[in-house]
Design a protein around this ligand. Structure first.
Ligand code: 13P
Ligand code: SF4
Length: 304
């Protein structure tokens, strides 16, 4: 904090000068999460909050698809991305051409795309979903077959929750969550009796099957707050436990975690530079933004 404090103070001053709000994902480092964020949340919460922002400038502390989603939902605002290289292995795994291939293979099936996609992919999809609402969205789709892109593990986890649908998927994965193995979870459960294991649904289904609870980052935070376990293992990105540990001194967080190299590209220094220079402005071609907005708004409407 001694190193972070001058940056935090400078950013908070500049935020006021520029009329900016900082939207931060739950995977941001604690200095960003606790020091400069005005709103924190999972992908769904950040999208909803972005659509409501009245300030002129949004600083997106997260990855590029999140900044694009904010711009799509609130196009009159300046959306700043402190590092344009903050991508996502899922968003990089599929293009609009991939969506067209899936539609050709499964004619008539609705396409549900994870928000972890580019604006072009959202525009080519019928509706979006996040890990908070994926089962709800898929269950609401007409027809027997539903195409889920691009996360094959999320799709397979949702398939267990929505057995009435035949779900077909794209071959994408999150490089952070696919690295966990069921053996990691079994080992830690053996070593720490009473351990609550809480996984993100981007983990493979055999990992989720070993967990006591699976949910989006917001659902994970909610679960820890409601159940207050003595010992918890969060099978997700490392900053999650770091961010909520102060609020839950009664919970011992243990076990392995994985860093997202994309999320970790966002630093206080880059946020300060972006706000100072107003560089890193995210633009979305209006011809793509319009159908992409429809796909995201349909999701938000169905999630209410
Ligand atoms: P949620 O915060 O929506 O659970 O998503 C996790 C994630 O990987 C975002 O990139
Ligand atoms: Fe993408 Fe996974 Fe990183 Fe989220 S944690 S941004 S899904 S690579």
């Amino acid at each position: 904090w001694a190193i972070a404090a001058p940056y935090v103070a400078a950013i908070n001053r500049l935020k006021a000068e520029r009329g900016a709000v900082v939207l931060a994902h739950n995977y941001m480092t604690p200095d960003i999460y606790h020091g400069i964020a005005d709103v924190v949340g999972d992908s769904l919460q950040l999208a909803i909050e972005a659509s409501r922002v009245e300030a002129g400038v949004i600083v997106q502390c997260g990855v590029h698809f999140m900044a694009e989603t904010s711009k799509i939902l609130n196009p009159a605002k300046t959306v700043l991305m402190p590092d344009m290289e903050a991508g996502c292995s899922l968003a990089e795994s599929i293009t609009a051409e991939g969506i067209a291939q899936m539609r050709a293979r499964y004619p008539g099936a609705k396409v549900v795309s994870y928000v972890n996609t580019t604006a072009e992919v959202k525009a080519a999809s019928d509706i979006c979903c996040t890990s908070s609402n994926a089962a709800q969205i898929v269950a609401a789709m007409p027809g027997d077959t539903v195409i889920m892109t691009p996360d094959k593990w999320l799709a397979q986890n949702v398939a267990k929750l929505v057995p009435q649908k035949r779900i077909v998927w794209w071959d994408g994965a999150c490089i952070v969550h696919e690295r966990f193995t069921p053996q990691d979870l079994r080992d830690f459960r053996d070593w720490h009796p009473g351990l609550q294991i809480i996984a993100h649904p981007e983990c493979p289904p055999d990992v989720v099957a070993e967990a006591d609870f699976a949910g989006s980052t917001a659902h994970i935070i909610d679960f820890v707050g409601r159940t207050r376990p003595e010992k918890a293992m969060l099978v997700t990105e490392c900053s999650m436990a770091a961010n909520i540990a102060d609020a839950h001194p009664e919970v011992e967080f243990l076990g392995p975690c994985n860093m997202c190299p994309y999320m970790k590209k966002i630093t206080l220094e880059k946020v300060l530079w972006s706000l100072h220079s107003m560089t890193g402005q995210v633009e979305v071609d209006p011809a793509i933004a319009a159908p992409a907005r429809l796909a995201v708004e349909r999701m938000i409407d169905l999630s209410r």
